[in-house]
Structure formats: C-alpha cells, structure tokens
Write a protein of this length. Structure first.
Length: 256
C-alpha cells in the first residue's frame, strides 16, 4: 500500500460523518452493547469486561464514540482517538448528552503519541481494526497496553473480502479475489458505494503477526447474521452472512 491511506480514509470519514449521527445516537442510547453490522448482542459475544472500574481503556478509531460510552458505563476511564474531526464532534456531543467523561483525541491510531504501557484495555470496532495496516496499528496497541493488558477488535471476516466482486458490488458465493497474500482492498474507485482503503489478512497471517508482536490469542469469534436479518448491510447480503461469517472478533492478551 503506497498511497496515503490515512489521508484518504480521513477524507472519506469527514464526508460521511453526518450520515453516522443518527446511528451513533441510537447506539449511545442502547441499554446493552451490540456489535457490528447486525447488532450482535454483547451477551452473545462477551467483548467487554463486565466490571471496568479502575481500568484505563482506549478506543482506536472511535467514530461516534458509543463503544467508549459503554466502557464508561462499566466504570472505565476512557480515551478515544479518531482521525476525523467531524466524527469527533458528533462523539463529543453525544458524550455530553449522556454525561460521559471521555478524553477524545484527534489523531492517527497508528501513532497516537500517548505514553507506553498506559492502558489496561484497548478496543476497536471497525476503526483501526479495518482502516489501518495491521502490522502498524497492532504494534501501537501493543505499545500502549500495560503487561497483562487486553486488546479486542472486530472487523470484516477475510472470507467476505474474497467473495466481494472487484467493482464493489455486494459479496456473493464466488471467490473473486485471491486469498493468498491478502492485504485488504482499495474501495476508492469502485462502481458501487466507493469509500476508502481497508486492511485485512488471511487467518494464518493474522496469527503470525500476533505471534511476531508477542500477543497471545485468548479467543477468536466468527460472526454470522441472525435469522431475522434481511437486506444487505455494508455490501454483504443477509442471506450470505447467515451461512458464511461476515465478521471476526480477535481477543488478544499482552503477556504479564
Ligand atoms: C466505522 S467508524 C468506527 C467507529 C464505530 N465503532 C462504528 O462502527 O461506527 C470508523 C472510524 O475510524 C476512523 N479512522 C479511520 N482511519 C483512522 C486512523 N488512521 N486513525 C484513527 N481513526 C481512524 C474514522 O475516522 C471513523 O470515525
């Protein structure tokens, strides 16, 4: 990836931010967290520690900030970084509405400038998890975590990428791209709903990178669409996602 993905993705999110205000407001108001494109309930995925009192947590690529809001409800002291000032403006406003004290920072999740070993818990839901090169942002997350700290991230499953046509049309049951040497995809010039530059790896390459950095994998989840799902979300038809995993969640630990 030689193009400047950070500037490209920032521009995409600046332009799209207004479309996320309503979604953000709805998610901030949920009684319990829900995750990903099909709003998979927290009780199914168990992503957040139930009690985060006394924990310092960071969200990498926070968007409208609802994940950070859920962490403050569980007692964490939360820092949230995003590259888009417009997304942060929505997040700040929603945090104020909900009385959540969150330290919002404008910046690149690949190089936060925050001190080493300052967080117990790091998370990304479709933030750095998909918009930043894994070999860069995972090293930054490692640096930010204290020993025994945990990182959880959720994004697209690599299978959904190889089943996505090159022109950006919704994914189907054909293999449109090679799996070997997968790095992600440039969606800037596609015919359907162009966006930015996203990153993904084969499962073996994710595992190799975690091991190289020093992360231990504590859990890996593949997320399908629920039976009630209809239509298409994020260019993935519900009918596809009921039988193939649309999303993945990696739970990692920095050893003590
Ligand atoms: C889909 S939102 C993620 C937030 C939320 N969990 C969600 O799913 O809506 C993606 C966010 O990642 C941010 N982002 C993209 N590249 C980034 C980077 N290099 N550093 C920090 N944030 C980034 C975008 O500005 C955007 O707000």
């Amino acid at each position: 990836m030689t193009r400047d993905h950070v500037a490209i993705n920032k521009a995409v999110w600046e332009a799209d931010a207004a479309n996320w205000e309503e979604i953000g407001a709805r998610l901030w108001s949920m009684e319990a967290p829900v995750w990903g494109n099909w709003n998979t309930p927290e009780e199914t995925l168990n992503i957040l520690p139930e009690d985060m009192r006394g924990k310092a947590a960071i969200e990498l690529g926070c968007g409208t900030g609802y994940v950070s809001g859920w962490m403050t409800q569980r007692g964490a002291e939360v820092t949230a970084i995003d590259v888009s000032p417009q997304q942060l403006a929505t997040a700040r406003q929603l945090a104020q509405t909900h009385g959540a004290a969150i330290d919002f920072l404008e910046g690149n999740a690949e190089a936060t400038g925050l001190p080493d070993a300052s967080f117990d818990f790091a998370i990304s839901e479709y933030g750095a998890a998909i918009w930043c090169p894994p070999e860069v942002w995972l090293r930054e997350a490692w640096r930010l975590l204290k020993p025994d700290g945990a990182l959880v991230f959720l994004g697209n499953h690599p299978l959904s990428l190889i089943c996505s046509p090159l022109n950006g049309a919704p994914c189907d049951r054909q293999l449109h791209r090679p799996y070997k040497d997968m790095w992600g995809a440039d969606w800037t010039k596609v015919d359907f709903e162009p966006s930015g530059v996203c990153f993904n790896l084969t499962i073996a390459d994710w595992m190799a990178l975690f091991a190289e950095i020093g992360f231990a994998v504590t859990r890996y989840q593949e997320v399908y669409a629920p039976e009630w799902a209809k239509g298409t979300r994020a260019a993935i038809p519900a009918e596809w996602a009921k039988t193939y995993p649309m999303e993945q969640v990696w739970h990692l630990k920095k050893p003590a």
